[in-house]
Design a protein around this ligand. Structure first.
Ligand SMILES: [Zn+2]
Length: 128
């Protein structure tokens, strides 16, 4: 099956890809860090990408959950959209062991795909 991620976003695949796992705690699903499996994670920012199929522009919306700041940009081409053709979503976060990660979601026909990427080490004196 050929899927349609935004292949131009990670052309060299330099950023290693990781998988998300979950634990169960009191009948709730608890997301583990996609990098180190630590169960203490924090989502700090959300980016959405709104695009009709194959539209040349899309609307990128970034929501900083801590600062409660929202900004929107009309972007030509793929930009940071995880999808090469449609809508996309990125959850930006970190775990308490210090991994920064992005969890990307994008649509392909009837399926929703996930990718997780290591984005660096968090210094805990950072504000973000
Ligand atoms: Zn981690």
């Amino acid at each position: 099956m050929e899927i349609e991620p935004n292949a131009s976003k990670y052309p060299d695949k330099k950023e290693r890809q990781f998988k998300i796992s979950f634990n169960t705690w009191d009948n709730h699903q608890v997301m583990n860090c996609p990098i180190c499996n630590c169960e203490f994670t924090h989502i700090t920012e959300v980016s959405t990408f709104s695009r009709k199929e194959d539209e040349k522009i899309h609307l990128e919306t970034n929501i900083n959950l801590k600062d409660k700041k929202i900004n929107t940009n009309v972007v030509e081409g793929h930009g940071n959209n995880p999808s090469g053709r449609r809508n996309g979503l990125i959850l930006h976060g970190h775990c308490e062991e210090g991994c920064k990660f992005d969890i990307e979601m994008y649509q392909h026909k009837g399926n929703t795909f996930f990718n997780s990427f290591f984005k660096g080490v968090k210094e805990f004196n950072e504000t973000k």
